[in-house]
Write a protein that binds this ligand. Sequence first.
Ligand SMILES: [Mg+2]
Length: 168
Amino acid sequence: MKYPKAVVFDLDYTLWPCWCDVHIELPIKNHRPDEIVDSYGYKLKLYKDVPGIIKELKDNGVTIISASRTPTVHIAKELISHIKIDNIPMKDYFHSSQWGTGSKTRHIKNAAKELGLEKELANGEFILYDDEYRNKDVNSIGCKFVYLRDTDYGLTRELFEKGLKEYN
Ligand SMILES: [Mg+2]
């Protein structure tokens, strides 16, 4: 099975089980390398299948992009700096991180431009995994959309592979 050129991930309820504008109070610190604790003692780590999926994409040379509409960008940035995958901060796995409220068509177009992948985007070589159906509008710019529907575990291996199958 072939990997796409780029995989785009939403953050809240796709990679981790929280809304960072609602659940997290700064400052945060590491409880363990892969788990943070916030100032109220709330602990957070990635959904169970996520670290393996991100490592697999990295190992296969796939471009990894984050795209978040969170209003609290500074908190999300703290999370991706602190949460580690194999002792590497997850932010270092992302070739581009895109932020801001509004349509993710803008996030993804910006990332493609930044990374010189505009042709690949137009050719349908991007996939977005996201738990919010409204973000399906990225189809209009050539990005495939995988809706993480009715999942208690965010991005699962099953949904990840479903996206790859649709791409192939
Ligand atoms: Mg989300």
